[in-house]
Design a protein around this ligand. Structure first.
Ligand SMILES: [Zn+2]
Ligand SMILES: [Zn+2]
Ligand SMILES: [Zn+2]
Length: 575
C-alpha cells in the first residue's frame, strides 16, 4: 500500500512540465473533406485545485497584462472593427422579434393564446441568437435571463446620495502624466493602492516598526506567527454582523469607489488588481493604478464611498432557524407557524420602502486606503505586480486558512453569521426576518440557502477576484495569450521574420472557417483514454521545450532581448 500510485506519478509529471491535467478533447471536422480528427485543448482552469498548470499559466498572463498596462505612455488603441452587413441584418430581425414579443402583451387574446405566441417568438429568438453567436460580434446582445416582472418605479430619493467630492467632467484620457527628471530622463509614475474595510473591532496584530515590535492592543508583543493573529481581542464585542455584511457587499463598494475616483479625478483612471482576504478574514483589494492622484484626494474619496442596500430591514430576526415560518399550500405563501397569518411578500416589503421615512437596510462603507507611488520598470514595480497576483490561482479563503483554535473559532463564528444573513432577494433566510423572499416557492429552509455567499470557501465575498478595467492594456487575456504564441512560433520557425508571422495568421483565419469544432465524448471510440493523452502531451512538451531552447540560443545572437514579450523574458530568468 505504500508504493506511490501510478496515477499520482502521472499527474505530478504533467504538473512539473506545465501540461494540463484535464485536457478537453475536441472533434475537429474539416468541412472541405469531411474528415474528423480529435484535437486537444487545455482546460484553462483559473483555480489551482482544478488544474495547476492551467491556473499558473493564467496567472503569468495576468502578470504580463498588469505589466504592459501599468505605465503605458500612449492611449491603448481599442478600435473594434465595424460590424459587417450579415451581423447587422441579424440584429435588425432580432429587433423586430423583440417588438412583436412586447406587442403580444397588448393584443386582446386569452392567456393561453398569449403564452403560445410568446413561446413561438422566444423559439425564433433563440434560433436567431445562435446565428448571432456565429457572427464576428463579441459579447452578448441582450442579458441572458429575461426579467418578466413589471419594472418597479424608483423614486429619486432612492438614488445614492452623491458624495461630497469634487465633480469634474471625465476626460477620455487614460494615461498618467509624464515628468522630466533632472537628467533628462522621463518619469511616468503610477500607484499601488490597497483598499481595506473599516475595523469591526480590534484584532491581535503583529506590529512591526523597523526592528522594533510594538505591543498589540492586548498588551502583548506578538511574533509574526502567533496563534492568535487576526482574531478579535474581545470576541464577544467583535461586530460579526457588520463584518459579514461588509464582505457580502464589498464588490459593490469597489464599484462605487472607481466611479467616484473617475469623477473626482476628471480622467478615465485605469486599474488592475485583485481581491484578497486579510488575516482578520475581511476582504481587501490591491490595485495597480495607471498615473498618479494626490493622496489627499484618494483619502477623501475613500471616506465618501459607500453602497446603500435597499432591502427590507433585517436588523432583528423574527423567527428562529429551528422554528421558521411554514408553507401554506392553499395560500401558496409562507405563514406564521402559530397564527397562520401570511408573511408580507417581497413586493409588499419593497413597497414599504417607498415610504418617505424609510432608510436603507445597510450601508457598506470603505475603510482605510494606502497608496504608494511606483516608478516604471523598477524592482518595486515588478515586486508589486507579483504581490497583486500572488494568490489569484487560489480560492479566496485558501491563504487565510485558520491554523490555531482561536483562528478556527473566529472563522466559524463569521461563517455562522453569514449563514443566517440574506444573500440576495431570493434568499431563504428572508423568512427569518418575517419577509417572503422574491420568487417564493415551497421547500425553502432558512439557514440552508445554497447561495455562494454562505459558503466557507467565499466567506461572503462572491464578486470577481481579479478586476481589470477595460482600457488597461487595450488587450484581453486572450490577446496576450496570442501574443505569446506568435512569438514562440516565430522563434521555432527559425527567425523573427514578419512575413512568416503574417502568413501563419492568415492560415489561422482561413482554418477557423474550414474546420468545425465540437466537444468529443470520452466514450467515442477514437478518443484515447485520458492517461494515454496525458503521456503523449508530456512527451510533446519536453521535446517542444528542447526545441525552443535550441532555437532561442540560435536567435539570441540576432534578436535583442527587448523584443520578447515581457512574460517570456521573465520566465526565462525564473527558469
Ligand atoms: Zn488544465
Ligand atoms: Zn494581541
Ligand atoms: Zn442566501
Amino acid at each position: 500500500m505504500r508504493k506511490p500510485l501510478a496515477k499520482d506519478a502521472l499527474k505530478q509529471l504533467a504538473e512539473s512540465h506545465g501540461v494540463c491535467v484535464r485536457p478537453l478533447a475536441l472533434r475537429r471536422t474539416d468541412t472541405a473533406t469531411g474528415l474528423t480528427e480529435v484535437v486537444e485543448v487545455p482546460c484553462g482552469a483559473t483555480l489551482a485545485v482544478k488544474c495547476k498548470p492551467c491556473a499558473e499559466k493564467g496567472r503569468r498572463l495576468r502578470i504580463q497584462q498588469i505589466r504592459e498596462g501599468w505605465h503605458l505612455a500612449d492611449e491603448p488603441a481599442v478600435r473594434p472593427d465595424k460590424p459587417d452587413g450579415d451581423a447587422l441584418a441579424l440584429v435588425r430581425v432580432r429587433a423586430h422579434l423583440e417588438f412583436e414579443r412586447e406587442a403580444v402583451q397588448y393584443q386582446p387574446m386569452t392567456p393561453d393564446e398569449r403564452a403560445a405566441q410568446v413561446a413561438e417568438i422566444d423559439a425564433a429568438i433563440a434560433e436567431l441568437d445562435e446565428a448571432l453567436a456565429e457572427t464576428s460580434l463579441r459579447g452578448q446582445l441582450t442579458p441572458k435571463e429575461r426579467d418578466e416582472r413589471p419594472r418597479r418605479k424608483r423614486s429619486t430619493r432612492r438614488r445614492q446620495d452623491s458624495p461630497d467630492l469634487p465633480r469634474l467632467p471625465v476626460d477620455p484620457r487614460t494615461v498618467g502624466r509624464a515628468y522630466s527628471g533632472r537628467t533628462g530622463k522621463t518619469h511616468r509614475p503610477s500607484m499601488l493602492v490597497t483598499l481595506t474595510l473599516d475595523s469591526h473591532g480590534p484584532v491581535h496584530s503583529h506590529l512591526r516598526r523597523g526592528a522594533y515590535v510594538a505591543p498589540c492592543e492586548c498588551g502583548t508583543r506578538h511574533g509574526p506567527h502567533d496563534d492568535v493573529l487576526g482574531t478579535p481581542v474581545d470576541p464577544a464585542g467583535y461586530d460579526y454582523r457588520r463584518a459579514a455584511l461588509d464582505a457580502i457587499h464589498f464588490a459593490r463598494v469597489l464599484d462605487r469607489w472607481w466611479q467616484n475616483v473617475r469623477r473626482a479625478a476628471g480622467w478615465n483612471v485605469q486599474y488592475a488588481g485583485a481581491v484578497e482576504l486579510q488575516r482578520r478574514l475581511a476582504p481587501h483589494a490591491h490595485f495597480a493604478i495607471r498615473g498618479t492622484l494626490p493622496r489627499r484626494l484618494l483619502k477623501q474619496i475613500a471616506a465618501a464611498t459607500y453602497h446603500q442596500v435597499w432591502w427590507p430591514p433585517f436588523n432583528e430576526p423574527v423567527y428562529r432557524v429551528d422554528k421558521p415560518p411554514v408553507w401554506d399550500v392553499d395560500r401558496q405563501a409562507y405563514v406564521d407557524p402559530k397564527t397562520r397569518k401570511p408573511l408580507p411578500t417581497w413586493g409588499e416589503a419593497l413597497d414599504a420602502l417607498e415610504e418617505p421615512d424609510s432608510r436603507p437596510a445597510y450601508v457598506a462603507r470603505l475603510g482605510r486606503i494606502d497608496a504608494r507611488g511606483i516608478d516604471q520598470g523598477t524592482r518595486d514595480a515588478e515586486r508589486s505586480i507579483r504581490y497583486v497576483t500572488k494568490y489569484v490561482t487560489k480560492d479566496l479563503t485558501d491563504q487565510a486558512k485558520p491554523r490555531s483554535d482561536p483562528q478556527k473559532a473566529h472563522f466559524d463564528r463569521l461563517h455562522a453569521e453569514l449563514s443566517v444573513l440574506p444573500c440576495s432577494p431570493t434568499c431563504a433566510n428572508w423568512l427569518l426576518y418575517g419577509v417572503q423572499p422574491d420568487g417564493v416557492k415551497a421547500g425553502l429552509t432558512p439557514g440552508r440557502c445554497t447561495g455562494k455567499v454562505h459558503q466557507r470557501s467565499t466567506l461572503g465575498f462572491t464578486g470577481r477576484r481579479v478586476l481589470v478595467s477595460r482600457q488597461w492594456s487595450g488587450k484581453t487575456l486572450a490577446d496576450h495569450r496570442a501574443d505569446n504564441r506568435a512569438w514562440v512560433r516565430a522563434i521555432l520557425a527559425g527567425g523573427m521574420a514578419d512575413t512568416e508571422d503574417h502568413d501563419q495568421a492568415a492560415d489561422d483565419a482561413d482554418g477557423s472557417k474550414r474546420y468545425r469544432f465540437e466537444l468529443a465524448r470520452p466514450e467515442d471510440p477514437d478518443v484515447p483514454p485520458l492517461e494515454h493523452r496525458l503521456l503523449r502531451a508530456i512527451s510533446a512538451r519536453i521535446r517542444w521545450r528542447t526545441d525552443l531552447d535550441t532555437a532561442r540560443l540560435r536567435t539570441t545572437a540576432i534578436t535583442p532581448a527587448t523584443d520578447q514579450p515581457a512574460a517570456l523574458a521573465a520566465y526565462a530568468v525564473e527558469k
